[in-house]
Write a protein that binds this ligand. Sequence first.
Ligand code: AMP
Ligand code: MG
Length: 587
Amino acid sequence: MTPAPTLPLLGFAAWSGTGKTTLLEQLIPLLVDRGLRIGVLKHAHHDFDIDQPGKDSHRLRKAGAQQMMVASRRRHARITETTLAEADFRQLLASFDQTSLDLLLVEGFKHEHFPKIELHRAEIGKPLLFPDDRDIIALASDQPQQSGEQQQTNLPRLDINDLAAIADFVCSWLDGCQSKEPEAGKGFLSVEAARSAILAALTPSTACSDKPLAQCHGAVLAADLVSPINVPPHANSAMDGIGLRSDDLAAGRWQLVGEVLAGQQRHEPVLAGQAVQIMTGAPLPPGVDTVVMREETLIEGEWVTVTAPIRAGQNVRLAGEDLAKGAVAIPAGTWLGAPQLGLAASLGQASLTVRTPLKVALFSTGDEVQAPGEVLAPGHIFDSNRFTLMALIRAAGCEVMDLGIIPDDRAILRQQLEQAAASADLVLSSGGVSVGNADFIKLVLAELGQIDFWRIQMRPGRPLAFGKLGQTPFFGLPGNPVAAMICVLQFVEPAIARLQDRVWQPLRLSALADEKMKSRPGRTEFLRGIFHQDCNGQLRVRTTGPQGSGILSSMSDANCLIEIVPDQPGIAVGERVWIHPLQGRLA
Ligand code: AMP
Ligand code: MG
């Protein structure tokens, strides 16, 4: 998944002729001297090419390679052809290795919003840009501010020829950015950071057992399934027709000496001048290595002629063509669905060694929460979370231990948590983890294990508790039903995959927004969306309407989550946005 860029961006706004590149060329060494690791993203003419005709990489690209990576011990470069649509700014940012840079300088991309320093030289004779560009944070000019100057500004002013002063400015601006990072260290975390912390805390479970094949659907394969046989076991015909020898094609006319049906085997060789009638799936008799389909043959009595050109070896399936004996047919960690079950059966496997399904204990908290079917007391609500969570957990291949609704009572909660932790592989609760909730939940959790209370920079789903009760991983999900579901999709699903030793890689696609979408910078926004493909094959997305985190119908109407990444201040109509299709994830 493409991480949201967290790296500070800094651009330079200037009219052409101001000498932007020359200035950057002189500025970068000063920044490097001050200990900064610098990346540069530069926009160029659409026909630019860093490759040269004659180079191997150029030849391979011209031959049709869509992405070309040239790598050596010292450096590597990837050239990606984007003939259909220009790469999105955010995609380009995300392709930088964020962890090995401190600052990304951006040249061009003037319609994107990020902080910029305006470079201005009077001799160019162009107006200043900052009055119309709110992204500009400082003005570097060759003219001192004149009193009475028409365009007074409070922006910091720098001398465009004093590069050391510009470098100092960049460093102090960068310090300011870091200290403004959203309350780092106080339990505030990005979605990515929270997910990484969760995954790092978990170790896959190794428990496994043999199960009859018919019961393996949805289980995870525990060990590589190695093919004990060749599939198909013998060379056979791919068509109903006649079987011939490829060294005998010139004969033009053959005598039919027999018929081989599927399931039969003819041991007598077919000689020159002879042919057999053969059905799809029937093993080739000795000598036969070519099959002509029935529609291209003419049979008169015991003689056959062929009405179309014949290629030696045609219409034949070779032994081991699908799978060779000893090859890995299904790797360990694979989720067993329809094709895998069929494949295992085709190898003669009556049972498979699968991971023991994880036991997930699940409960809701809150005195206001009542089970469906009861008469609702004033001010109470029905418990919806347990039912959505049960379905999500089962869809992830786990067994559910339903602990019901636990009232806001310290002794009962403690006893239930202890019991759950002792018998389950994972414990999930919903409700009671946000600020302002009865503190006893936190106290009880603290007594039983090591639990962190996070405020994740995302909406919905900000409060999340994660940690261990003894050795058992625990998630305290938010009470709001949509928030709880999104936390499952973003954090519990990958955690379960990790415990099952599977790779978690949900689909994320780029779509065009059909409506304006609001977001707050610095936060990941997950809206509920409906996407479709338009008549040009382009994915388009709109929201399901009101997006309150308690509006469960928004989730029920949605076929995707829309992800607005932290550096997107909002989405305009026609702008690109990420979507996470939900098909197959909500069960
Ligand atoms: P809390 O996280 O406990 O502050 O709850 C936030 C909101 O979610 C409150 O409006 C709760 O009433 C609601 N809520 C809590 N648990 C559930 C549940 N199991 N089903 C539906 N809504 C819930
Ligand atoms: Mg509550």
